[in-house]
Design a protein around this ligand. Structure first.
Ligand code: SF4
Length: 349
């Protein structure tokens, strides 16, 4: 059975794998570098979103050496729109570490890889399998779903993750580790999709327990709780400039942020009676919410429009000219909001 399954999986991959830019490489080191960059970009982000960012990134930094010499700001700039900027910082630091300590090469060793910034169990396994063709499999959500359905496992069992891992050891290919790992991810992503799996074209349908039972729910619990957080976004635009805010929070301090303050606090007492901003007239609170999702946090943002700012008494506030906005490093919610303003989906300018 184990060979039957791995043969089916590999044969399907041979005929159906997508032509993705990180699967095109010139030489071994090029392959390792492309796998590294793609694995960082694919954390939390879908393939189709990643492709244009990957291409732009590779154009600017075609190899590990070039990347290791890059400025963080430039890396952030190319990452802008992908979100989760800590990945960009970690990728840059990984390239620097490989350059300074490992002669510019990523080591083919699982434990050593895990000592690099931003590389945990999953990413190290994926790099070991995909780049180095070593006996590893990165178990991402796609692989977990595929194996769980194939063998009829439910995640209410205590040993769910371990069962998936052990089953994979049973059915894996004995030498084509790279192709096998990618094939599983590909079938999980393209065929055994979370909703409406395409079982009629699945190479494993004759062996699949979920298909036989017509029961595709393997997640009994474990749904990530969505945290709702409410904010006010202070929007002031005058003389071709928009008001921004230098955030002191570590994650946001490298970026230009539209001023965002906690909804719970009393907006006017906490922020304005202390004379941080002097403004004309009463700010207008727009009724509907601007929604921005980060991981499992749903940000509900009410927009507060200012007619005219008379004086700023706080050096965390500053203006950016309209014509400098595109070249500024905006935080993801600020970029999203500005895009909506620019495309006139929100008419606040
Ligand atoms: S037959 Fe359907 S449920 Fe089973 S692995 Fe294939 S796509 Fe998934």
């Amino acid at each position: 059975m184990k060979n039957v399954l791995s043969n089916k999986i590999l044969a399907w991959y041979d005929n159906h794998q997508r032509d993705l830019p990180w699967r095109r490489y010139r030489g071994f080191q090029d392959r390792i570098y492309k796998v590294l960059v793609s694995e960082f970009m694919l954390q939390q982000t879908q393939v189709k979103t990643v492709i244009p960012f990957f291409n732009k990134f590779l154009k600017a930094f075609p190899n590990l050496k070039k990347l290791s010499k890059a400025k963080l700001e430039k890396v952030y700039k190319l990452w802008q729109g992908l979100g989760y900027y800590s990945r960009a910082k970690n990728l840059l630091n990984t390239a620097k570490l490989a350059q300074s300590k490992y002669k510019g090469k990523l080591p083919a060793d699982f434990e050593t890889l895990k000592s690099f910034p931003g590389i945990g169990d999953y990413t190290a396994s994926a790099i070991m399998a995909i780049a180095f063709n070593k006996d590893f499999i990165g178990i991402d959500g796609n692989v977990e779903r595929l194996v769980a359905r194939l063998f009829g496992y439910k995640n209410n069992k205590k040993n769910f993750k371990n069962s998936i891992f052990l089953k994979l050891q049973e059915i894996k290919s004995q030498n084509k580790f790279s192709e096998f790992a990618q094939a599983l991810m590909e079938i999980g992503a393209l065929i055994c999709s979370p909703k409406n799996p395409k079982c009629n074209v699945c190479p494993l349908n004759k062996n699949c327990i979920s298909f036989k039972r017509k029961d595709f729910d393997y997640k009994i619990f474990n749904k990530k709780k969505v945290n709702i957080k409410k904010y006010y976004l202070l929007y002031a635009s005058e003389n071709n400039k928009i008001l921004f805010f230098k955030n002191k929070k570590k994650l946001l301090q490298d970026f230009a942020n539209l001023p965002l303050i906690d909804y719970k606090k009393d907006l006017f007492d906490m922020n304005f009676k202390k004379n941080r901003l002097h403004f004309e007239g009463e700010p207008k609170i727009i009724g509907r919410n601007f929604v921005h999702n980060i991981s499992n946090i749903k940000m509900l943002i009410k927009i507060v429009l200012f007619k005219r700012i008379v004086k700023i008494n706080d050096n965390q506030f500053y203006w950016i000219n309209y014509n400098k906005i595109d070249s500024s490093l905006l935080s993801s919610f600020s970029k999203k909001f500005i895009e909506l303003v620019k495309t006139k989906k929100i008419k606040y300018v």
